[in-house]
Ligand binder design. Structure first.
Ligand code: S3P
Length: 173
């Protein structure tokens, strides 16, 4: 039964993981989680503050722990932080515990969606050069590819359209 399997969304910042994840959860009547939100809820601190206090390394430890716990649940949709797949343990857990959906996007779209954002300390809002996105993509895209069961481009369709397509694909696996 497709509805009972976990669905994990991976991909870069600005790919639409949270919006599309919410849509999928709503359409299938599943519970939705977002790893960043869960970290903020548990710590009472926002992501930028955690990066300031503990550095990226400290944030990654929290992220790995939260994703480990959330992926142990059943029948959930989880939007993961864009850098979570840097952890081999996390990649293994996502692969083993659910269907991994890679949301691909162009750097142009990513730039326009993340420009006004202060929540992403690895970027500098509107001042982030294209080369920064390229650098992250070079390191991470092979890791997204490595664990993806389904890959979909999110640029040309609405979140609802992408969510419906993903549900159709999952039913065929
Ligand atoms: C990060 C992505 C962010 C957040 C943090 C680090 C990354 O999540 O976890 O700012 O390393 O790509 P989103 O992918 O939801 O923006």
């Amino acid at each position: 039964m497709a509805e009972k399997r976990n669905i994990f969304l991976i991909g870069p910042m600005g790919a639409g993981k949270s919006t599309i994840g919410r849509q999928i959860a709503q359409q299938l009547g599943m519970e939705f989680f977002d790893s960043d939100q869960e970290i903020e809820k548990r710590t009472g601190a926002d992501i930028a503050w955690i990066f300031d206090l503990e550095g990226e390394e400290g944030f990654r430890v929290r992220e790995e722990k939260v994703i480990n716990e959330l992926t142990e649940k059943q029948g959930v949709v989880l939007a993961t932080g864009g850098g979570s797949i840097l952890s081999k343990e996390t990649r293994n857990r996502l692969s083993a515990r659910g269907i991994v959906v890679y949301l691909e996007t162009t750097i142009e779209k990513q730039m326009s969606r993340t420009q006004k954002d202060k929540r992403r300390p690895l970027l500098q809002g509107a001042n982030t050069p294209r080369s920064r996105y390229e650098e992250l993509a070079k390191e991470r895209n092979p890791l997204y590819d490595e664990i993806a069961d389904i890959t979909i481009k999110t640029d040309e369709q609405s979140a609802k359209g992408v969510a419906s397509y993903i549900i159709e694909q999952i039913e065929q696996i």
